[in-house]
Design a protein around this ligand. Structure first.
Ligand SMILES: [Zn+2]
Length: 229
């Protein structure tokens, strides 16, 4: 009897924890932080996204755009025309938690000047995802929707370095790690960066997700019911 009770209890625990675990039903959205990759790398990213019919979002640093030819206008036009969304990732990538309200506004508005012809909704992602109640309030008052993520690829934690160094098998290990991480939540918003590991291997990454049954969806799919993002 005791064994039966224990068995039932473990089933209930597993069942309940399953209910509380986020599950995005295999829907996946790719959300890039654009930190300064060469424009050619981003053009290649757009071609690969087309190939996999994956609508993405790009949160762009103003200082990266400012360095590109014609302030990246050709690329920004292509991003919009190919059905992706653009967002603001500050101008110079400071910690907003260390800035005054005026300085936060200056950071966002400097990038908005570059993005304004290409956006219909003001989305932003704070550098390093650094925010607190004060920063969130300032961002709201400035009229932005803050967009974070459900899964962080975290290529900066050594994965990209190992790939750039040419460490044998590093790309395959990253792919396994990334798919496992996304599988834990069964999708959601995946944050990736414009590092070489991602831009040079995007077709492999998207192919891997497709093989595991994930469907690529636009950011709006996740934004609508979760305005608190
Ligand atoms: Zn960033």
């Amino acid at each position: 009897m005791l064994r039966l009770v224990l068995t039932c209890w473990s089933f209930v625990v597993v069942f309940l924890s399953g209910c509380h675990r986020p599950n995005f039903g295999g829907k996946l959205h790719l959300s890039f932080d654009v930190e300064g990759a060469p424009p050619e790398a981003l053009w290649a990213v757009l071609d690969t996204l087309d190939q996999y019919q994956a609508p993405a979002s790009f949160f762009v640093r103003g200082d990266a755009l400012a360095k590109w030819p014609d302030q990246g206008r050709g690329l920004l036009t292509a991003i919009r025309e190919r059905g992706h969304l653009l967002g603001n990732h500050s101008f110079s990538h400071p910690y907003f938690t260390k800035l005054s309200a005026e300085a936060i506004a200056t950071e966002l508005q400097a990038t908005d000047l570059l993005l304004q012809d290409f956006i219909t909704v003001r989305l932003m992602r704070p550098p390093f995802a650094a925010d607190d109640d004060r920063v969130r309030e300032i961002i709201r008052e400035l009229g932005y929707i803050q967009v974070k993520w459900d899964v962080q690829a975290a290529e900066y934690e050594g994965w990209d370095d190992a790939y750039v160094r040419g460490e044998a098998g590093s790309r395959e290990r990253f792919l396994r790690y990334l798919v496992a991480k996304v599988q834990k939540k069964n999708g959601g918003i995946l944050n990736v960066h414009d590092c070489r590991l991602v831009t040079e291997n995007l077709a492999l990454i998207l192919g891997e997700f497709q093989q595991h049954g994930f469907h690529f969806v636009p950011l709006e799919y996740f934004l609508a019911p979760r305005s608190a993002l």
